[in-house]
Ligand binder design. Structure first.
Ligand SMILES: Cc1ncc(COP(=O)(O)O)c(C=O)c1O
Length: 391
């Protein structure tokens, strides 16, 4: 069963909504004590080689010039090589979100179908709705779905009118990923109906195994990558889309970045790709340990459940309905200890009342702080309003 939904409210319906939202994030951002366990960002100190690249880029002041419009050639090649998709082309963007916005501008059309999962990542749905797409969200939350999309569900919710299939893999917030057979089936379905498959691989580097749809459907897949999560460059803003040169012809006229992306971020990203294997071995080890520690802390309290374990991304979903508190109350209670976790409704109005999401690419001390205050925060949550103005 899928659902065609009314387009959700776009980013901020009014200027005053936008101001409230901005003040909310500014309050978080200007709190130096804040422990960021809510946005899947990576808060480990940078790899020395990446830090050096950033210092070098500041010292030589190369940033007075604009970077090449599609990205530095060395970085574009390194991204394609890292994915292992020779013959494809990368376009470097201000974060994966700009790559997604570009792909949506290029392929979403009025009345055309945009099919994705629920839960998933909400912004591309809004880009699609803005473009006049008919947005369909296929429910995947629950053991009955195995917390993931099936080929059958995708087939039942797509047809020749489907312009775009948007697959977040590993899924944010669930942390599930797909086998090669599943990805092949999704790719075959997209080809069969002539849809573009946007494969959002923002979290692929945290998965034990990951298959790229572009291997099976190179001519119709747009792969999205990010440097925010694995490398820790969220605030520097760097991502990319990678696709077949033939598709690039349809995409590039929609670019809104003729002056390229950040020089500093590109220099850091390039250095990061060089040390990626060594870096990720360390990061994955640490974040899986944080996953275990946090899961153990919740297991000591009645009523909480962790449906997907180990998560194949750098976060976990914790269900709180059985504990008699709402996600919003728990987020607010942890916020009183300078700990930010995310309420499920950020991802999904349909299932979001069931869970919070907790990010795990953080220093061990932050994960420990969460575990230490958890019993107290849960008691406090029981006394707080069930709803709160969170973003
Ligand atoms: C699935 C997904 N795609 C894209 C992004 C955006 O990443 P970036 O920081 O590179 O814009 C996020 C960020 O949370 C995400 O969860």
């Amino acid at each position: 069963m899928s659902a065609v939904l009314e387009p959700r409210a776009v980013v901020a319906a009014t200027p005053s909504d936008a101001e409230v939202r901005n003040q909310y994030f500014d309050k978080l951002f200007t709190n130096p004590a804040l422990m960021w366990l809510g946005q899947n960002t990576n808060h480990h100190p940078l790899h020395p080689a990446v830090k050096k690249a950033l210092h070098d880029a500041i010292d030589d002041e190369s940033f007075h010039a604009y970077a090449p419009p599609l990205g530095m050639e060395a970085l574009r090649s390194a991204i394609v090589e890292d994915l292992g998709v020779p013959g494809q082309s990368a376009v470097v963007t201000d974060g994966a979100v700009a790559a997604l916005a570009l792909a949506c501008r290029a392929f979403c059309k009025p009345g055309g179908g945009f099919v994705t999962t629920d839960p998933g990542w909400k912004w591309p749905l809004q880009f699609a709705a803005k473009a006049g797409s008919v947005v369909t969200e296929i429910p995947i939350y629950g053991p009955e779905y195995g917390f993931k999309l099936s080929a059958e569900a995708l087939a039942a919710s797509t047809d020749e009118n489907t312009a775009v299939i948007y697959l977040v893999d590993p899924n944010n917030p669930l942390g599930t990923t797909y086998t090669e057979d599943e990805i092949r089936a999704f790719a075959n379905r997209a080809r069969e109906i002539g849809a573009i498959l946007i494969h959002d691989c923002t979290y692929r580097d945290f998965a034990d195994e990951h298959a790229l749809a572009s291997r099976f459907y190179p001519e119709g897949t747009v792969t999205i990558v990010s440097f925010s999560k694995w490398l820790g460059l969220a605030g520097l803003r760097l991502g990319a889309l990678v696709t077949a040169p033939s598709l690039l012809e349809n995409i590039l006229p929609h670019s809104q970045a003729p002056l390229g992306a950040s020089v500093l971020a590109q220099r850091a990203a390039l250095a990061g790709l060089v040390v990626k294997d060594e870096w990720m071995k360390d990061i994955i080890g640490k974040q899986r340990e944080n996953q275990r520690m946090i899961v153990d802390a919740f297991a000591k309290l009645p009523g909480f459940e962790v449906p997907v374990l180990p998560s194949q991304a750098n976060f976990i979903v914790v269900e709180c309905t059985g504990a008699g508190i709402t996600p919003e109350a728990l987020v607010s209670a942890l916020g009183e200890h300078d700990i930010m976790v995310r309420q499920g409704t950020y991802h999904t109005p349909r299932f979001g009342h069931r869970f919070v999401k907790i990010s795990t690419t953080v220093p061990k001390e932050w994960a420990q702080a969460l575990c230490d205050v958890l019993p107290q925060a849960v008691e406090r949550a029981k006394t707080l309003p069930a709803t709160a103005a969170l973003f």
